[in-house]
Design a protein around this ligand. Structure first.
Ligand SMILES: [Zn+2]
Length: 109
């Protein structure tokens, strides 16, 4: 398992280097969906190239904009909830509004 690659964004399976063309400076990374689950995932793959330091740059594979937005929204929500629960100000309805907004941005509401 590579600790540099986030799991598959579709099914959560381990991501692996499927093709390593070291001589040509690229790899193909993708979902390592188990055979019996292959109908559950489109099995994405992506070419990854070396950066200026000569190391493979996995940022594009690891980029998860919706996850990042949800994590940020949850952090804000927890901060706001802490403020409300400790009577340090804040507005419970505003906290709930942030939660709904975060879910809506993820297409869940
Ligand atoms: Zn997958």
């Amino acid at each position: 398992m590579s600790d540099k690659l986030k799991p598959c964004p579709f099914c959560g399976s381990e991501a692996v280097v499927k093709v390593d063309q070291e001589d040509h400076g690229f790899q193909i990374v993708g979902c390592d969906t188990p055979e019996n689950m292959s109908m559950l995932c489109p099995s994405p793959m992506m070419a990854v190239y070396k950066n200026e330091s000569g190391e493979y740059d996995y940022r594009n594979w690891n980029h998860r904009p919706i996850e990042s937005a949800l994590v940020e929204a949850l952090k804000e929500l927890l901060d706001a909830e802490w403020m409300v629960s400790h009577d340090w100000g804040g507005d419970r309805q505003a906290v709930i509004g942030k939660a709904k907004s975060a879910l809506a941005s993820a297409g869940e509401m």
